[in-house]
Design a protein around this ligand. Sequence first.
Ligand code: A3P
Ligand code: MG
Ligand code: MG
Length: 367
Amino acid sequence: MTKGFNLNPVRRFAGPCEPIKRPKEFTCFSYDDQHKLHLDDRSLKWYYPPIVLGTDLSNGFETFDKHDDSQDEHLDSLLEAIMNHEKETGQPIDAHVVTWRGMMTKFMAAPFEDRDGFEMNATLYRDCIFIEENHAYKVASRKEQDAQPWKGPIPQEVMQYWGYKFETLATLPAPWGETSRDYIENRDNEVVNNKEQYCSVVRTGIGKTILCLGGEVDALWDIKPREKGKPINWVELKTSAEIRSDRDMDNFERKLMKFWIQSFLLGVPKIIVGFRSRDGRLLKLEELETVNIPDTVKRRGRAGWDGNVCINAASAFLEWLRGVINDEGVWRIRRKPHSPIIEVWKVEETGHGKILTDDFINWRIKL
Ligand code: A3P
Ligand code: MG
Ligand code: MG
């Protein structure tokens, strides 16, 4: 039987915000430049602003070493990192929900963003719900999108490249003092690669639900070594079109909702926006403090989203979900485009589908 969580009326989620826990990283993992998994921080990057503004972000597009994401990676690397952490501590983590940061971003944005739907698979194992993206749905919606005629003057793949190019221009693979001047000055000639990633795994909480989230973080602000248990000075890098009118500002503030949610969930305190011209030249950098974004946007009063509503709706949804997904099997979580309802129903009566790996199940049996 299908059950539904109604996001309407959105105003029922207004008001003071539910308690939230500060996200704490408890483990991490890296993909190297071949996208091979390593349970360490080798792909960590340091923020160091690009020396030359005006650089064409399309430079090097021909040599882009692009990750093929047609394979379904499920939660495999996140589970591997959790398992490794549990082997070290001898205890299972205490989360009610384990998922990628991207899935939580979709739940939190849901009250204000109904253009794109989503589909996920979930399973309960030992009192914890594991949620993955439904890969088949993602592939199908991308295919549908690609079939739409593209009217822009610049191909979409090139525009997507700009974001990765900016990351390459604005980061170093080691702290500043340990990086050669040659590297710093010639970052425009580096091959851009999006197979390499550093992923942070955090414990956090929204309302009554404890979450374990995994997600990519772009770079460190500090050159100092990180101290265990202390908040980490992460930075999130984003590119965006230069703001030339009130309408551009409205669009930018709408985009800020996703920037804010994404950074809020992993405890990233700072977002660096690289503003670019319409044809992809990097024009200027702006530093935004993540915590201030919801208030700044609210004061201007035109963006149409509210951070407290995002948090409260996610809190209510997670509590509801924990009541629905209460026995074995595989469940589907779906929101159709333009629908106010998030639907949940069972798709497999037993087992965990491909959401959990055998290694993870066998390890947890022993715990
Ligand atoms: P921008 O966000 O600057 O456009 P992230 O900011 O999440 O670290 O992602 C880095 C870059 O990946 C993005 O840079 C964008 O180029 C690309 N990217 C991320 N999500 C995407 C999506 N859903 N579709 C297309 N490109 C995406
Ligand atoms: Mg990134
Ligand atoms: Mg980024």
